[in-house]
Design a protein around this ligand. Structure first.
Ligand code: SF4
Length: 391
C-alpha cells in the first residue's frame, strides 16, 4: 500500500514530532510526555514498525487496555472450563482458547487444557460459525462472547434475527472502550507525580467506525486530552502523534478523526441501534482492574436474555462484591494495560511467561502488549546491558 511505503511523509512527520517536542522543552524546560494508544492493533503497529525508535527520548508511547482477550475476567474462563468439563459444547475464538485462569482445576488452566482432557471445545472465527455448527446438533452449547464495540453489532444482529439455535447460549463478555479510556486516564494522570505527563490519546479507528468519533468527546471536553482517532498504518499513527503534540503545543484539546477513510462523527447508527436493542449498558469487570462504570453490556430482559448462558445454566454473574483480583502471581498485566508499566518491566517476561506458554493474559492474543513485544523481539534494558550492546 502506498500509504505504508511513503517514507518521505514518515520522515517529515518524524521531523515535526521532534520539532514540537523541542518547542515544548523550550517553553517548559525538562518535559516527559506520554501518549497512550488505546488499541492492541496500534500497539502492534507501534512496536512492529519500530515507531518508538523514531520518537524523541522525552516522548513515551504507552499501551492502554484495548485488548479484549487481556481484559476478559478469569471468572468467565472458569465458567467456560466448568461447562466444558460438565459436557457442554464450548465454541471459542483461538486466542480465548489459550487464556489462562487463576483458579485451575487440577492441571486445567485454560479451555485448551480442557480440550486436551477430553472436553468438547471447538474453535470458530465467529458467532455465526458457532450458530451454524450448533444448528446441526442438539447438544447444549455455549459461545464465549468476548470483544469490544467492533464485534458487538455482529452478535446483536444474529440474536435479533433469531439465527441462534435454541441449544446455543451466549456467554456475554462484551466490553465498551470509551469508559475504560476514561478510567485509564484517571489512573495514569496521577502518574504525573513520576514526572511523565499523559498528554493525549490515540483512539481506536475500528471501534470508532461503530461508535463514531463522538463517543470519545468526553476525553477532550472533560479531561482536556487531545484525542486522535487513528488508522493502523505506521503513517496513520505518526500523523496521530504529530496532531496530539500540535494540539498540546497550542493548548488545544480536540477530537480529530485521522482515520477519515473509515470513521465519521456519528459512526454506524444502524449498528448502534442494533446493539441498543439487544443489550443494555452495565458496570462491568475488567481483568486485573475490577469494575469500571458503564463499561459492559447485558442481554436485555424479557426476550434476548433467553440466550444468556449464565441464566440458562443457573450460574451467578460476577458482581462488584464477588469479583476477586484475577491475575496470576507476579503478572503485571494490570499495570501494562493501564500504561503504568512496560511488558519488559515484568520479571516473568520471556521467562516464565512466553507466547508459547502464557502465564498472564497479555501474553496470549496478538493484540496483547506482552505478546506483541515478545513476538517483535523487544528486550529489556537489563538484558541489553547483559549483552553489552550499550556503550
Ligand atoms: Fe503478565 Fe506475562 Fe505480561 Fe508478565 S509478561 S505482565 S506475566 S502477561
Amino acid at each position: 500500500m502506498i500509504f505504508r511505503e511513503n517514507t518521505e511523509l514518515a520522515l517529515r512527520l518524524k521531523e515535526l514530532i521532534h520539532k514540537f517536542t523541542e518547542d515544548l522543552k523550550a517553553r517548559y524546560g525538562k518535559i516527559a510526555i506520554r501518549i497512550m494508544n488505546f488499541c492492541g492493533t496500534h500497539e502492534w503497529t507501534t512496536t512492529h514498525y519500530g515507531l518508538r525508535t523514531l520518537m524523541p527520548r522525552d516522548v513515551e508511547l504507552v499501551a492502554g487496555p484495548g485488548c479484549p482477550v487481556c481484559i476478559t475476567p478469569a471468572y468467565y474462563i472458569d465458567v467456560a472450563i466448568k461447562l466444558a468439563l460438565d459436557g457442554v459444547k464450548v465454541y471459542t475464538y483461538g486466542d480465548t482458547y489459550r487464556l489462562p485462569t487463576v483458579r485451575p482445576k487440577g492441571a486445567i488452566r485454560s479451555l485448551a487444557d480442557a480440550k486436551a482432557a477430553g472436553a468438547d471445545v471447538t474453535l470458530v472465527y465467529s458467532f455465526l460459525e458457532a450458530a451454524r455448527d450448533a444448528s446441526k446438533h442438539s447438544k447444549d452449547s455455549v459461545f464465549v462472547g468476548i470483544g469490544f464495540e467492533t464485534i458487538a453489532p455482529a452478535y446483536a444482529e444474529l440474536i435479533m434475527q433469531r439465527k441462534v439455535p435454541e441449544n446455543l447460549k451466549f456467554l456475554n463478555i462484551i466490553r465498551l472502550t470509551p469508559p475504560a479510556a476514561v478510567y485509564s486516564i484517571n489512573v495514569v494522570k496521577n502518574e504525573v507525580l513520576e514526572g511523565k505527563l499523559l498528554i493525549g490519546v490515540i483512539a481506536p479507528g475500528h471501534v470508532s467506525t461503530i461508535t463514531g468519533a463522538k463517543a470519545w468527546s468526553v476525553l477532550a471536553d472533560e479531561y482536556k486530552m487531545p484525542t486522535v482517532i487513528s488508522g493502523f498504518e505506521p503513517i496513520d499513527v505518526l500523523m496521530s502523534i504529530t496532531e496530539i503534540l500540535r494540539q498540546f503545543r497550542k493548548g488545544e484539546a480536540k477530537i480529530v478523526i485521522q482515520y477519515k477513510r473509515a470513521v465519521t462523527w456519528d459512526g454506524n447508527v444502524k449498528a448502534q441501534k442494533l446493539m441498543n436493542t439487544v443489550f443494555s449498558t452495565v458496570d462491568a469487570a475488567w481483568r486485573g482492574i475490577g469494575y469500571i462504570p458503564k463499561s459492559g453490556y447485558r442481554l436485555r430482559d424479557n426476550y434476548y436474555d433467553k440466550y444468556d448462558a449464565l441464566n440458562y445454566f443457573g450460574i451467578p454473574d460476577l458482581t462488584p462484591e464477588t469479583w476477586k483480583y484475577d491475575l496470576p502471581p507476579g503478572c503485571r498485566c494490570a499495570d501494562v494495560i493501564l500504561g503504568k508499566a512496560k511488558p519488559t518491566d515484568c520479571k516473568l517476561f520471556m521467562k516464565k511467561c512466553r507466547p508459547d506458554s502464557p502465564w498472564g493474559p497479555c501474553m496470549v492474543s496478538l493484540e496483547g502488549s506482552c505478546s506483541i513485544w515478545a513476538r517483535c523481539g523487544v528486550i529489556s534494558e537489563e538484558v541489553l546491558q547483559d549483552l553489552e550492546f550499550t556503550s
